[in-house]
Design a protein around this ligand. Structure first.
Ligand code: ZN
Length: 399
């Protein structure tokens, strides 16, 4: 099947083009140019045409409350997997044609089912179980038996270089596309603190080496400055959150070409609605410790030329204005808190993923025809990013 999508303004994942049409054939973009001829021209007169977006940090848990520990312990994991299926449609309709799941086993099954054609949904890049040290962020609760965390797929616990090597190999064997680790404590884990280092440099290096051998990379959850530094010098490719990074560490990130996913949505969500949504008292306390950090970190990261990725870190349904299916809010928050222009925000959800080896997010020959048709012009008014009219996924119209 061959057709042309024609609009008013074209954003190719990097810049606004002096072009108005995209030629699609067999699900692939063949050409981008002006007034390309075709027997099948789909003209969207005043529309903004851009690549499908990528949420580079999500958790496809199927959870319905902010009390993730209770849900994961008392509900059947198979049921949770099935309950995640409606999210796929919500994500597509929100213009997200690819998601990178930063921890959880559901994503592996959903990814494979989508690729086999059993389900329709965004392409999923999955970490599988994240690696955590004992007394780490990967244990949501530090009072329940540690085995429960592992049995319910929250994390692979490893301590010492040998166990880290084995842990890395285990999650790759289970189908992980990349490896997610926790190199500091976090907000939604009971007793560790966001500024606390987790794993040693030796442990992180061992995991990075295993990822490298399999042709992939490591993404590190990290809030505290020292834990970010440890991850960067060990060869990690993306830092998730980075709320407490010092300017010096951000410079190091720039030097090592490490990408940053600031995850503003989850922070805004926890501050605004955490209590209502059943987030535990310790989580509510700890979010206040980190919330202001990113407002300094993000403008500085931008100034240093660090590659910034759009990642919401959403992992449960909220019924609020920040929710699965409204992931584009992240872009609006970037312009609000990050000193980023609308174009910078759009790039973070599209072309910037090329820097971490994801061949998506471009209106360019040989890329998948994941294409959005949007009312208004989000490169001028970022809130127009919510006005999604049509979504093409691999050339097929899904909205
Ligand atoms: Zn996360």
């Amino acid at each position: 099947m061959k057709y042309v999508i024609k609009g008013k303004t074209l954003f190719d994942g990097n810049n606004i083009l002096n072009a108005n049409s995209v030629l699609v054939e067999d699900g692939i973009i063949r050409e981008v140019g002006n007034n390309i001829k075709s027997d099948d021209i789909r003209e969207y007169k005043d529309a903004f045409i851009m690549p499908g977006m990528i949420d580079a940090h999500i958790h496809l848990t199927g959870a319905k409350s902010g009390n993730l520990i209770m849900e994961s312990l008392i509900e059947d994991p198979n049921a949770k997997l099935l309950e995640t299926i409606p999210w796929l449609d919500k994500l597509l309709k929100a213009g997200f044609t690819t998601v990178r799941d930063c921890g959880g086993t559901n994503a592996i099954y959903l990814r494979d089912a989508i690729r086999k054609g059993y389900l329709t949904g965004p392409d999923i890049i999955a970490a599988g179980k994240p690696l955590s040290q004992t007394f780490g962020h990967g244990e949501f609760s530090h009072t329940i038996p540690i085995k429960w965390n592992e049995d319910r797929g929250m994390s692979q616990i490893c301590d010492g270089v040998d166990e880290c090597i084995k842990g890395a190999r285990t999650v790759l064997r289970q189908g992980g596309d990349f490896i997610k680790i926790f190199s500091t404590g976090g907000v939604l884990s009971q007793k560790d603190r966001p500024d606390q280092e987790q794993f040693t440099i030796e442990e992180i290096k061992a995991i990075v080496n295993e990822a490298r051998k399999s042709g992939t990379y490591v993404a590190a959850h990290a809030h505290g400055d020292q834990g970010i530094k440890n991850a960067v010098v060990s060869g990690v490719k993306t830092i998730e959150h980075a709320t407490l990074a010092s300017d010096k560490t951000l410079k190091l990130m720039a030097e090592y070409s490490v990408s940053l996913t600031p995850t503003l949505s989850i922070q805004e969500l926890l501050v605004k609605y955490g209590k209502q949504l059943g987030v535990s008292a310790w989580g509510l306390q700890k979010i206040t410790d980190v919330i202001d950090g990113i407002k300094h970190v993000l403008p500085k990261a931008k100034e240093l030329g660090i590659n910034i990725l759009c990642g919401t870190d959403l992992g449960f349904e909220t019924g609020k204005d920040i929710d699965i299916g409204k992931n584009w809010n992240e872009l609006i928050l970037m312009t609000k808190y990050g000193d980023m222009s609308p174009i910078d925000a759009l790039r973070s959800a599209t072309g910037n993923v090329n820097n971490i080896g994801i061949h998506k997010g471009r209106l360019s020959a040989d890329y998948n025809a994941d294409i959005l048709v949007i009312d208004g012009n989000p490169s001028e008014n970022i809130s127009d990013i919510s006005r999604i009219n049509h979504v093409y996924l691999g050339g097929k119209e899904v909205l």
